[in-house]
Design a protein around this ligand. Sequence first.
Ligand code: NAD
Length: 329
Amino acid sequence: MKTNLPKIGVVGVGHLGQHHVKHLSKNNTISFSGIHDVDYERAKEIAVEYNCNSYNSFDDLLNGSDAVSIVTPTRTHAKVAEQCIKAGKHVFIEKPITKTVVEADHLLQLANKSKVLIQVGHIERLNPALMPLKDFEINPNYIEVQRLAPYTVRGTDVPVVLDLMIHDIDIILSLVNSPVKNIRASGVSILSDSVDIANARLRFENGTVASITSSRIARDKVRKIKVFQKDMYVTIDFLLGLTEIYRVLDADQDDPAALETASLEAYGKHKKIVYEKPDINPFDALEMELSNFISSIKGEQTPIVDGQAGREALDVAIKIHDMILEDIH
Ligand code: NAD
């Protein structure tokens, strides 16, 4: 019996929740307490597949757990998380943290009072293609992001800004160390009752500008980010797992990682531009995210995306969405 290990369960075992179960049920640094879903037939199916307990009652799962991963539809996050936090359980909440900032603030207050952790599933922060940026000082002047996806009904319970764009908002907020100064945004509804295509431009207090386009009406998936800063340009294709870095160096400076070099006249000086394509070590971002949650519960790490960061991304997303609605009406 793994009695001293943290007991972690999953609530909501639909499309994404089943993957949480896959990772947590085989993780031998925890005791997997089981699963609950309002669709009990679905819960039983997943329990058979991963050889774990399924509970018809959420309270029963909660009573047997120290922490819960919440993978229910976004509109239910606030209620489900509140129940967990009030019972003194740590929560991993899939993104977005909640549907409204008021709900997020309420959860943050409760968690603070109950001394439990909130982690938010902004999985793109752990995209392997983003990791090479850790080796450089990142001070962006301009960021351009595109995230396009073919239409599926799943996720349309929230507008595209809360479904897709929020991933990029979270990444941008993690790269720019400055408050948002102003926002411009517009968007349209095409196939759902809410906004399906959105474009936003964020200007930060320090002058950084970020332009983000998100669409769930596309034939092919696109997930790209370009980061421009003094003497450096990074382009990342999240789908291909391809990161390319161009840097401006002094003409006599050496860079062992350079794959190609070209001379360049910049600022009236002889410079050179070097091209690098760092090796990307592939890993499963969800597995890594959950393992960060487990280590954080044990006090060995801190959450990569904590409740406050989830709340900040939501706040910007909602401001963007409100501006789009104002623009439409
Ligand atoms: P889904 O509809 O496939 O699954 C949700 C499951 O939750 C269903 O099985 C449903 O029966 C169950 N459920 C609904 N209300 C419940 C409740 N109150 N208690 C218990 N179970 C309940 O949805 P999904 O696509 O798996 O998305 C779930 C969440 O994950 C959403 O918040 C979504 O935004 C998020 N998500 C995040 C990413 C990411 O990239 N991080 C990707 C997909 C989905």
